[in-house]
Design a protein around this ligand. Structure first.
Ligand code: SF4
Length: 359
């Protein structure tokens, strides 16, 4: 059968087709919800119907066999409906209160902790890191695991923090881990420009495509040999995009690659509106597999936030209230010139001048 363009070009299917029956029936008519325990939210509709969300953290990648097992739980207790969220959770909408504990038991028996609701640590977003991607400067999955091991109790506790904490880990500045909008973010950093291997570029890469790929216009044809390129080191921002196009431009450097730490981002519109995370530690060396020093810094920031923030105040809102100067003082993190935003389009956030001001 040959389908016409109209038949093929239908876009994404209507999400309402995939809603569980209780959500479909009460769509737009939910009265309130309450966080009844770690990882469980009770929803009550105007009609009197109830539904319970059970949320568990899962890795970014899971085997088909694991998905099948999760679907079996959904078949048994949730009329066959299951939801995988962008924050690497699996969510079960359980229509009957009596089934909630069975779902928790079954999903935890698979090794996935139930939690991440209300004022807890939300499931940590991560990119794939070294295992599957070619641009990362660090190993996001093992950093994520180390953070989960440290914050496991806070993931399961609805009252762990003054407000929710969202953490995210990206292997490089392309940020597949949604790090720019997270309360605490770890981002892999390359600190050396890609090495141009002329013999490979000449044989396997398209020079015009390579030049066009660079967001900073840092690549130009090599004088005397137009089949290869040179990089303007002053312009390069170490994103690794050129390496995505051409194997002859490797960017990895075991000595110079590492991680940076950013804080204060959020997506929600509540109170202060969305905030972008800001750089507080420009570089820490890669220390797989346990990342003791990264975990130590994150633990310190979280504890100080917990002790000083007001109820319902996100990390970024707390820092903006006390001021970034004070944040650097009380966390004892040395302020570095790398935190000063002097990018050409940074007028909105300009933090330099004769009267130095960071906020
Ligand atoms: Fe351009 Fe990024 Fe390659 Fe640097 S790493 S040359 S900024 S594409």
């Amino acid at each position: 059968m040959v389908l016409s363009l109209d038949e093929l070009d239908f876009g994404p299917p209507d999400y309402k087709e995939f809603l569980p029956p209780v959500s479909k029936k009460n769509y737009g008519k939910w009265k309130y919800h309450e966080h009844i325990k770690g990882g469980v939210i009770k929803h009550v509709a105007e009609s009197g119907d109830e539904a319970y969300t059970v949320r568990a953290a899962i890795p970014k990648y899971v085997a088909a066999e694991t998905v099948n097992k999760l679907c079996d739980i959904a078949e048994k207790y949730c009329e066959g409906y299951i939801k995988f969220t962008s924050r690497h959770n699996v969510s079960f909408i359980v229509p009957k209160a009596k089934d909630v504990d069975s779902v928790i038991k079954d999903v935890e028996a698979m090794g996935f902790p139930v939690g991440g609701t209300d004022h807890s640590l939300k499931a940590i977003i991560q990119c794939v890191g070294w295992t599957h991607c070619h641009t990362p400067a660090t190993d996001s999955p093992s950093i994520t695991k180390a953070l989960y091991e440290e914050f496991y109790d806070e993931f399961k506790d609805n009252n762990a923090f003054p407000e929710r904490i969202k953490m995210a880990v990206s292997g490089c500045i392309n940020m597949c881990g949604a790090t720019h909008a997270s309360d605490i973010a770890i981002i892999g950093m390359h600190r050396k420009v890609p090495t141009v291997i002329d013999e490979i570029v000449e044989k396997f890469c398209s020079v015009p495509n390579l030049i066009k790929s660079c967001p900073k216009y840092a690549i130009k044809p090599k004088r005397g040999n137009l089949k290869t390129v040179v990089i303007d080191e002053e312009k390069c921002m170490y994103c690794g995009i050129c390496y995505s196009l051409c194997e002859g431009m490797p960017i990895h450097n075991p000595e110079y690659d590492g991680v940076s730490i950013w804080v204060g981002g959020k997506v929600s519109n509540t109170r202060k509106g969305p905030l972008l995370a800001r750089l507080i530690i420009p570089f820490m060396p890669n220390e797989p597999p346990h990342w003791e020093n990264v975990v130590k810094v994150v633990r310190k920031i979280v504890d100080i936030y917990k002790a000083n923030a007001e109820e319902d105040e996100r990390v970024g809102e707390w820092i903006e209230r006390i001021g970034w100067e004070k944040f650097f003082q009380i966390t004892d993190i040395p302020f570095s010139d790398k935190s000063i935003d002097d990018w050409i389009f940074s007028v909105e956030t300009y933090r330099k001048g004769t009267n130095f001001k960071m906020v």
